[in-house]
Design a protein around this ligand. Sequence first.
Ligand code: PGA
Length: 251
Amino acid sequence: MSAVAGVLFAANWKMHLGPTEAAEYVRRFTAQASPSGARDLWFFPPAVSLPLVAQAFRGRDDVVVGAQDAHWEPKGAFTGAISMGMVRDAGGSAVLVGHSERRHVFGETDAETGRKVRAALANELVPLLCVGEKLEERDAGRTAGVVVRQLEAALDGVGPEGLARLVVAYEPVWAIGTGRNAQPGDAAEVHGVIRDWLAARGAPDGLRILYGGSVRADNVRALLAAPGVDGVLVGGASLDPEGWAAIVGGG
Ligand code: PGA
């Protein structure tokens, strides 16, 4: 990670780009002009591509590679799962926790996100904790309540030292993969709620809060200009290496 924390651009590839395609992606991405200025590039490839991507970016202190999910137990009879320690061993240094697809497609509970955050910290991985409300919750005026409930559960038992290593992403569920991003003002409002909650629990001022949900080349600058938005977590628009290079390279 760079010494100066810059704007954080995180790419969540979801279930795209296996090892062969990932290798081609990295080749095309690194062929683009290197972005200038303080920015951090984080990649969350599928687990099978993680070692290759981590190896390809070795020595680049502006790049972090992480897993999209990992189990809280260190090992055992959990068919299909990988542990935090395995992520580290494979070259990862971060892990997404509580992504909305884990919560709403795979049924991950608030309590499970808490176990994962604590396991990530214990394994020296940076947890990138995702929170966000569903459309009916927003319509019912419950956005702040939902986000605070998710933070409370995920960060139960995490003290200031752990909070200092955390990154949070606000990802409204209705904005993910829908083409309908939050307005910068709405994102700023929720980021403020998150920041206040974290500050009251001893998180440092520099804790980064990202926005995610239908971020594209044509809206990323406006979202990054919103107060309290320290970076973006991007799914669909990160899958094309030239498009991603354009998103991280400008502004
Ligand atoms: P999207 O996904 O950019 O495709 O909306 C964001 C995410 O799920 O992290």
